[in-house]
Design a protein around this ligand. Structure first.
Ligand SMILES: [Zn+2]
Length: 279
């Protein structure tokens, strides 16, 4: 268990450091907000999320897998498959589960209140991939725990999945642009930065697409894939229209209390009500 913690922490810090160096050397966009303001809010939420996880499941989700195994509960504990196949199937199934969890968080207004903390970031970089409200982290832990129990996920698969999920989030939110010769084939398999940036567009139909975290297949399979934003990768505006002021999208208390506050009013355009707005 101790090795598992170090492995997760080590891989997380390594991927985060690599992407932050890449962003510093070859950034794709310029942030409209000072870096220290965004980073202080985003990394504060990382800390809150880590503490939430520690408080709710001190020994990690592996305990759920061990319990399911002891009870011989869950699909993969009942079906006789080789260990390697069970691990591979479980990692893929958990990625699919997170895809659906993400879709539901966009669909249910109460859950969107939590998830919009992530989308209110007016810029995207590696730190955005970790910017989640602690209540969303807690709910996600519950969903993952239930999935692990019902599927009978092997302990090894949880370790691999947690590492892959964190690395994917940091990778696909990072402020870099892959060359076309690499991006085009890569997005056929995994979620790339250009694909995920569309999910952070201010156009609601684009925000409500490209929900995948690691594998890009789920968006194609479940018809939520957008290949390109209307304004193009360089032209799309990031964040949420309602949260376009520094004092409502950054700040420690602002991000922590955002789900419990009313959505700020938008100035209506000259001819009609604001478009692409959601409750
Ligand atoms: Zn989202």
């Amino acid at each position: 268990m101790q090795n598992e913690v170090w492995l997760r922490m080590g891989s997380f810090i390594l991927v985060l450091a690599l992407m932050m160096i890449w962003e510093a050397v070859m950034p794709n966009r310029v942030s409209p907000v000072a870096r220290y303001k965004r980073w202080s809010s985003n990394f504060f939420l990382v800390l809150c999320g880590a503490l939430t996880g520690r408080l709710l499941v001190p020994a990690g989700l592996a305990v759920v897998a061990i319990f399911a195994d002891e009870q011989q509960f869950g699909v993969l504990n009942r079906v006789p498959v080789p260990e390697w196949a069970a691990v591979a199937l479980a990692v893929i199934a958990l990625d699919c589960l997170i895809y659906w969890q993400h879709r539901v968080f966009h669909r249910v207004p109460l859950l969107w209140r939590l998830h919009r903390v992530h989308h209110a970031d007016p810029h995207l970089d590696a730190s955005t991939g970790l910017r989640f409200h602690p209540i969303e982290i807690a709910l996600s832990l519950g969903v993952k725990g239930l999935g692990i129990f019902l599927l009978g996920v092997p302990v090894m698969a949880i370790l691999i999945f947690e590492i892959v999920l964190n690395a994917s989030a940091v990778f696909n939110h990072s402020n870099i642009k892959l060359p076309n010769w690499l991006e085009t084939p890569l997005r056929k398999v995994i979620v790339t930065q250009a694909m995920h940036r569309i999910h952070h567009s201010q156009v609601v139909t684009e925000t409500d697409s490209n929900f995948g975290f690691c594998l890009s297949i789920w968006d194609r399979l479940f018809h939520s894939y957008t290949h390109e934003a209307k304004a193009g990768d360089d032209g799309l505006t990031l964040g949420l229209k309602e949260y376009n002021k520094e004092n409502n999208n950054t700040g420690i208390s602002t991000v922590l209390l955002m789900p419990f506050r009313q959505i700020p009013k938008q100035m209506p355009p000259k001819n009609g009500s604001p478009k692409n707005e959601r409750s």
